[in-house]
Design a protein around this ligand. Structure first.
Ligand SMILES: [Ca+2]
Length: 466
């Protein structure tokens, strides 16, 4: 996956004839140069970090940038004769983009430099963020600001508390040393959206708190964050109708005790009707201590959840598990590999409530390289296991009260399988998993937010190849 991410973010430098990235201005105005990226650069990501240097015979007092003719955005600098600055520009559009940087001196003279950036539309690392009244959190922001893009708030917890149903919070790229708590609620028709402005650009470092993002309200979408360094769960829901989409959760230091933990967690019996879709979840728990059946990648504990398009590996327990009051859950198009106990388990517990895990649909998943592949555990009824590729686990199938249909037991033909997460888990052109999925309850997008159904029908696993 690391290699995949590098490929996703790789830039191709393109030489250009003239050099608009050096300053234009009248005599006495600041000199300005864009150091990187090179003008004409082609990106597969909709965000880029721009590095500039400016100097002036008196002092450079102000630095701004504009993207595609939009308003000037101020860059935080310390004024002086020579100023170097590095800032992230996000929300670039597919195709051609123009970024104009302007330096001002103390007498108001200015110089501008520009660069052109191409963003590929064939390999989107972006995703759809719903539209609506939008507010922002950003590095250098303040909770006394108004929450606009130009004057963003500083902390996600503060910003979330200001949101009303139907409103959108975009978190600009940067590292946030914050355990995020969300207690507001949307409604069925007006959800509240809390999204990283670019995929994995907003990085939540929980710094040892129990949860990275703790959602206590309902009808909340949490989209596209990187979350690490919490001690129970990365992202957790306690109430119904929440959705966790396109996040990257890793390095969760859950302990193997009665609390357990998970990367993405809807284990509360009150977190029904939720969705966990398109997340990358790995390295959950202290792997050196061996397997633990209480620490999982993705954990569903309530009725009618949806678990789709996720990639999960190196969890101490199951990559994906269900327990407590889970029933009628959909688990489809996931990839689960190299977990310490098992790939996917369907089960319920808390027997005093009479919970039975039944009426599940488990379809189109790829499960490889685990001690257990797909299993039923504890209280189970009749579930449907359809068209899963389950291969090279110590025990591929371990069902109790159900049977499986249309299963494949074949090498899935990844571009490059590596159990440590450094591989490329897209399907090669000769993969037997292409066009083998059932369309029932298919999601709209794949892991990369591309259309989920292409070709004859959808492919197995999280990536739609063709
Ligand atoms: Ca297909």
């Amino acid at each position: 996956m690391r290699r995949y991410i590098i490929a996703l973010l790789a830039t191709v430098m393109v030489a250009c004839g003239s050099d608009p990235s050096t300053s234009t201005g009248s005599p006495g105005s600041p000199s300005l140069k864009i150091l990187s990226p090179v003008s004409g650069a082609s990106l597969s990501s909709p965000s880029v970090t721009v590095q500039v240097t400016a100097s002036d015979d008196t002092a450079v007092s102000r630095l701004t940038y504009r993207v595609n003719g939009a308003g000037e955005v101020a860059v935080t600098i310390t004024p002086g004769p020579t100023v170097s600055a590095s800032f992230a520009v996000s929300s670039l559009r597919a195709g051609s983009n123009t970024i104009v940087v302007t330096a001002y001196d103390t007498s108001g003279q200015s110089s501008s430099a520009s660069l052109n950036i191409q963003v590929s539309s064939s390999n989107p690392s972006t995703y759809p963020i719903p539209s609506g009244p939008t507010f922002y959190v950003g590095p250098g922001g303040s909770n006394t600001n108004d929450g606009s893009r130009e004057r963003p708030w500083a902390t996600i917890t503060y910003a979330a508390a200001q949101l009303k149903p139907g409103q959108i919070l975009r978190v600009l790229p940067g590292t946030y040393n914050e355990a995020v708590s969300v207690s507001v609620s949307g409604t069925a028709s007006q959800r509240i959206v809390i999204a990283s402005d670019t995929r994995w650009g907003a990085k939540i470092n929980a710094q040892g708190a129990l949860f990275g993002i703790d959602v206590r309200g309902s009808y909340i979408d949490v989209i596209g964050f990187e979350v690490t360094n919490s001690t129970n769960s990365g992202i957790i829901s306690w109430r119904p109708y929440n959705r966790f989409l396109f996040n990257h959760v890793y390095g969760i230091r859950a302990q193997c005790d009665s609390n357990g933990g998970a990367g993405v967690n809807m284990s509360s019996p009150d977190s029904s009707d939720g969705a966990m879709i398109g997340n990358l979840v790995h390295d959950i728990g202290d792997l050196s201590a061996g397997f633990c059946t209480r620490i999982h990648g993705i954990y569903q504990g309530a009725p009618r959840g949806t678990v789709q398009n996720n990639i999960t590996y190196r969890a101490r327990g199951f990559g994906i598990t269900t327990w407590h009051a889970a029933t009628a859950v959909t688990i489809s198009n996931n990839l689960s590999f190299a977990n310490l106990y098992g790939g996917i388990s369907v089960g319920s517990g808390d027997n005093t409530r009479g919970n039975v895990a039944e009426n599940f649909l488990v379809a189109n998943n790829i499960v490889v390289g685990n001690p257990r592949g797909i299993s039923e555990e504890n209280n189970t009824g009749v579930n449907r296991f359809v068209n899963n590729l389950v291969w090279n686990n110590t025990t591929n199938w371990r069902l109790q009260t159900s049977s499986h249909q249309g299963s494949l037991s074949l090498d899935p033909g990844f571009v490059n399988y590596r159990p440590d997460g450094s591989g490329d888990y897209t399907l090669s052109s000769s993969s037997p998993a292409i066009d083998k999925g059932i369309p029932e309850r298919a999601p709209e997008f794949d892991f990369l937010a591309r259309p989920r159904v292409q070709g004859a029908t959808l492919d197995l696993g999280p990536f739609e190849v063709r």
